[in-house]
Design a protein around this ligand. Structure first.
Ligand SMILES: *[C@@H]1O[C@H](CO)[C@@H](O)[C@H](O)[C@H]1NC(C)=O
Ligand SMILES: *[C@@H]1O[C@H](CO)[C@@H](O)[C@H](O)[C@H]1NC(C)=O
Ligand SMILES: *[C@@H]1O[C@H](CO)[C@@H](O)[C@H](O)[C@H]1NC(C)=O
Length: 230
C-alpha cells in the first residue's frame, strides 16, 4: 500500500518536472538542461500566466543562440540547451517552460530574492599589467557552497575561470573565501586586454534534471591601455 502510494505520488509529481531556481534581484541565472539543442526544431521559453504560457522567445534558426532583452537561449559546446536570464528583476519571478518543440521541455519555478547586499553590478578600472582584487559579499546560506567566477563576453560566451576549494598554481587568477565575513576575493595579476569582460560571482545548484548557476554579483572590468610602472 505504502509503495503504491509512492508510485502514485511519483506519477502525479513526476512528469511535471518543476524545479525551483533561486536568483537574486540584479544578478543572473544560467540554467543548464540535458535537452539537446536541435537546430532543426523550434526552441522556446515562455512564462506561465494562469494556464497560458506566453512566449518570450520562440525561434527557428540554425543559429546557436538567440536573445530577447535579458533572456538568452543557446546551445553550449556539448550541445546542451541553456537559458541565461540577466539582471533579474523581482517581477521575473514565476513559472517558466523552456525546451525544444516536439522534443522535450522543462518547467522551472524562478524565485527572485530581493536583497540590496547582493545583485550588485560594478565597474572596475584597471591598467594593463596591473594586479587587481575584486570582492563581493555572498548570501549566508551559501557559506559551504563552492563559489564560481565565470566570465561573460560581449557575445555572451560563458567561461569558468576559477572556483573555490581548488588550488591553482601558475595562474593569473586566484580566489579566496572568507566564510566568517561571507566575502569572496578574486585576484587577477598582470591584467591583459582580453580580461575586459563581465565577471559573474555565484554558486552552482542542481535539483532534478536542471542545474543552474545563480550569480549574485556582476563586475565589469574595464582595461585601460596605458601601462604604469611603479
Ligand atoms: C512539454 O513536454 C511534454 C512531454 O514531456 C508534452 O506533453 C508537452 O506538450 C510539452 N509542452 C510544450 C509546450 O511543448
Ligand atoms: C589577492 O591580492 C591581495 C593583495 O595583493 C592579497 O593580499 C591576497 O592574499 C590575494 N588573494 C589571493 C587569493 O591570492
Ligand atoms: C603582481 O602579482 C604577481 C604574482 O602574484 C607578482 O609577482 C607581482 O610582483 C605583482 N605585481 C605588482 C605590481 O604588484
Amino acid at each position: 500500500m505504502y509503495i503504491l502510494l509512492i508510485i502514485i505520488l511519483y506519477l502525479i509529481s513526476g512528469p511535471v518536472d518543476c524545479t525551483d531556481v533561486i536568483g537574486f534581484s540584479g544578478g543572473s541565472v544560467i540554467m543548464i538542461s540535458d535537452i539537446q539543442w536541435k537546430s532543426s526544431h523550434n526552441k522556446y521559453i515562455c512564462k506561465m500566466e494562469q494556464s497560458v504560457c506566453n512566449d518570450i522567445i520562440r525561434f527557428h534558426s540554425p543559429s546557436i543562440q538567440v536573445q530577447y532583452k535579458r533572456f538568452i537561449l543557446y546551445g553550449n559546446t556539448r550541445g546542451a540547451f541553456l537559458v541565461l536570464i540577466r539582471k533579474l528583476k523581482p517581477q521575473d519571478a514565476g513559472t517558466y517552460r523552456f525546451g525544444v518543440e516536439d522534443q522535450r521541455n522543462y518547467t522551472v519555478n524562478l524565485k527572485v530574492r530581493n536583497d540590496a547586499s547582493y545583485g550588485v553590478s560594478k565597474i572596475i578600472n584597471a591598467y594593463l599589467g596591473q594586479n587587481i582584487t575584486m570582492t563581493c559579499k555572498y548570501p549566508g546560506e551559501y557559506e559551504k557552497n563552492i563559489k564560481y567566477v565565470d566570465t561573460l563576453d560581449d557575445e555572451t560566451n560563458i567561461k569558468n575561470i576559477i572556483k573555490t576549494q581548488t588550488t591553482t598554481e601558475n595562474s593569473r587568477f586566484s580566489i579566496s573565501d572568507d566564510r566568517s565575513a561571507k566575502v569572496l576575493s578574486f585576484n587577477i595579476s598582470d591584467v591583459k586586454e582580453a580580461d575586459e569582460v563581465f565577471y559573474l560571482f555565484g554558486v552552482w545548484n542542481k535539483v532534478d534534471a536542471v542545474g543552474y548557476y545563480s550569480y549574485f554579483t556582476e563586475i565589469h572590468l574595464h582595461v585601460t591601455g596605458e601601462t604604469f610602472y611603479f
